[in-house]
Design a protein around this ligand. Structure first.
Ligand SMILES: [Zn+2]
Length: 168
């Protein structure tokens, strides 16, 4: 990471969604060939102690087909990540400095899994309730949509309503 930061060359990559298993689950197997574009660039900045800190800027973007919670159809949801991290040497330092830092802190370890960090950010960028602004095609048996005369029950039974439609 040190040499990566000294070089200052951005790492630009694309990643199949399938490689991000937790994120792929959110799209329920739709568009399994989806690609996530991401970029990481590191730089050295003088820290408060005079030593150089390593900073990392992670950006990513994709458009994930999520399940609309109204019509259960696919709703294309753009996801963007734009996050700065500062590397610290140990977990203890990260715990101690986290509250005072606007940027996120990462512990610098040789096993740092950048893709796991990326996937966490994308998961956090997911909307709580994915939904179309306007659902394209509400299924005919959605509760509340059919207003059949003579259907006086408070809660229309969608299957009864359907059966009635067929009889007519
Ligand atoms: Zn919808």
């Amino acid at each position: 990471m040190q040499s990566f930061a000294e070089a200052g060359v951005p790492l630009i990559a694309t990643l199949p969604l399938q490689n991000l298993e937790r994120l792929a689950q959110e799209s329920s197997g739709r568009q399994s060939d989806l690609i996530v574009n991401w970029q990481a660039v590191a730089e050295l900045r003088a820290g408060s102690t005079g030593l150089m800190d390593i900073w990392l800027h992670l950006t990513a973007g994709t458009c994930l087909p999520l399940t609309c919670q109204r019509c259960m159809g696919a709703v294309q949801t753009p996801l963007q990540v734009d996050q700065w991290y500062r590397f610290v040497a140990t977990e203890d330092i990260a715990m101690a400095e986290d509250d005072a830092s606007e940027e996120d802190l990462l512990v610098l370890t040789p096993q740092l899994d950048l893709l796991a960090v990326l996937e966490d950010e994308l998961l956090m960028a997911l909307p709580l309730v994915p939904m179309h602004d306007e659902c394209p095609d509400l299924p005919a048996f959605s509760a509340g949509v059919i207003d059949l005369p003579g259907n006086m029950e408070g809660k229309p039974n969608p299957f009864a309503a359907l059966a009635r439609l067929k009889k007519n």
